[in-house]
Design a binder for this molecule. Structure first.
Ligand code: PLP
Length: 462
């Protein structure tokens, strides 16, 4: 059996499950996150992967993690369809700008990097459900980007409905329109009267109602789903190959604007597989629990502070547990002990440092100054999340190794921050400009489990 296509929990208390189950399960039943039993070493294959177009590279990178129940032809078709929705010919273009190489991950339907994983996840779910003629109702709560990317991934698909809650009147007009202007019959937007935390609470209550969960076959698309990490590993190889080609460098370093540790964890896996990445540069905004951890060894919760890069306003990073598992010697009991200490005290401490990472924190002032500098000196507009990564990437430039900076959103999604930085609203994209004229559909409900469940019942019965 291929151990890379069998999945175990970071907490060590489930029997290994195949890929299909790992994807449909989301969180493991022992509360941990799923990881492949073995990370494949692909160094011998790198040269044969170098010239592959993005979708073919995606199939090659994902192949070892997926068992024979999905054959090569099906996998090819899944990745081809997932990346045909991207508007850039190369899917993920790389541009040399100033001292760095910007890897543009935002050419998908919602203009944020989450499309890379969620377009694939939508196709994958559809395939897995069709195989067994079963159905899935995806439920999620969002404060912004994830909701629209999940909706775009699932819209119009067979055997699936998606219900996304957002806090009524508390997401940006662009984000609200990106969700509510999707009119497909299987897409259901719920504006919850309350805050994002109220939505999260209702979501938890719905998933904890086991009889409802089973009767309605609820599924999640949150960032702990292994298939999302898997799809993100691909662009680390892609960016490395392209930058090696243009610079002749042997290895590169990659700067990643980080929130939930999902994106950078994919980079960690790519590096362990043998991608020629010397180190990962972890960048946070003021919500810097992860930067503090890599610089001091202390993992300690703080309070969430709103910033110009809202998708990184996170204190407890759900994917961090995957990294922790490798840090403590792949020992589930160790992970359980640390997570329970964290649960009880809000803190734990490990030995400082990991030679594969450096880390820094970019403030609001750094974000604005970086957007301004790239606009003035290079005529290139960075979105505020990308700007945090670039600001920290510049702090760690290396003489011999080029620096790749992952660009996680198109600047037009965050027009207010761009205006604040450069004095004019110059970040435009036709998708965003067209949004305000589109018809929308959305229900407004109280932040109560019963109200949301009743709406789901009636919608699915009708
Ligand atoms: C989600 C998101 C991030 C953070 O990614 P993680 O995987 O949570 O670390 C950064 N930038 C943008 C634009 C995002 O939407």
């Amino acid at each position: 059996m291929n151990e890379s296509a069998l999945y175990s929990s970071t907490r060590g208390q489930i029997s290994p499950v195949p890929f299909r189950e790992a994807v449909l399960m989301g969180l493991a039943t022992d509360g941990g996150l799923l990881l492949p039993n073995r990370i494949p070493d692909v160094e011998a294959r790198l040269d044969s992967w170098r010239e592959l177009p993005y979708p073919a590279l995606a199939a090659a990178v994902m192949r070892p993690f997926i068992d024979d129940s999905i054959d090569d032809g099906v996998l090819d078709s899944l990745v081809q369809r997932s990346y045909a929705t991207f508007t850039a010919p190369d899917v993920v273009p790389i541009r040399a700008v100033g001292d760095v190489h910007i890897c543009e991950l935002f050419h998908g339907p919602t203009l944020a990097f989450k499309d890379i994983a969620l377009q694939f996840l939508g196709n994958l779910f559809e395939h897995l459900l069709a195989e067994t003629d079963s159905s899935l109702n995806i439920v999620g709560a969002t404060s912004g980007d994830t909701g629209s990317a999940a909706i775009e991934g699932v819209r119009g698909r067979a055997n699936m409905h998606i219900f996304i809650m957002h806090p009524h009147g508390r997401v940006s007009p662009v984000q609200e329109r990106q969700m509510t202007s999707v009119l497909d019959k299987n897409v259901h937007n719920i504006a919850v009267k309350g805050t994002f935390d109220d939505g999260q609470r209702v979501l938890k209550e719905i998933f904890n109602d086991i009889s409802f969960k089973d009767q309605f076959r609820l599924g999640a698309v949150n960032s702990v789903n292994w298939a999302r990490v898997l799809a993100q590993i691909v662009y680390y190889f892609h960016a490395t190959f392209r930058v090696q080609e243009s610079t002749g460098a042997e290895r590169v370093q990659v700067a990643v604007p980080t929130g939930n540790f999902g994106d950078i964890f994919a980079g960690y896996v790519a590096r362990r597989m043998g991608a020629p990445i010397s180190r990962l540069i972890l960048a946070t905004n003021e919500n810097d629990i992860l930067a503090r951890f890599f610089n001091t060894g202390v993992y300690q919760r703080g309070t969430v502070e709103p910033t110009l890069s809202p998708s990184m306003d996170i204190q407890v990073a759900s994917n961090f547990e995957r990294y922790l598992y490798y840090r403590v010697g792949c020992d589930g009991a160790n992970v359980r002990a640390l997570m329970s200490t964290f649960q009880e005290t809000g803190r734990f401490e490990l030995e400082r440092g990991d030679s594969g990472f450096v880390a820094g924190r970019g403030t609001t002032a750094d974000t604005l100054a970086t957007i301004r500098k790239y606009h003035q000196e290079y005529g290139y507009l960075l979105d505020p999340h990308t700007a945090v990564g670039v600001a920290i990437g510049e702090r760690f430039l290396s003489g011999s190794e080029p620096t790749v900076c992952l660009a996680t959103a198109h600047p037009a999604k965050f027009g207010a921050a761009i205006t604040e930085a450069v004095g004019e609203d110059i970040a435009r994209h036709p998708i965003i400009d067209g949004l305000l004229d589109l018809p929308t559909r959305c229900v407004v409900l109280p932040a109560e489990k019963d109200a949301v469940q009743t709406f789901m019942r009636e919608t699915l019965a009708g």
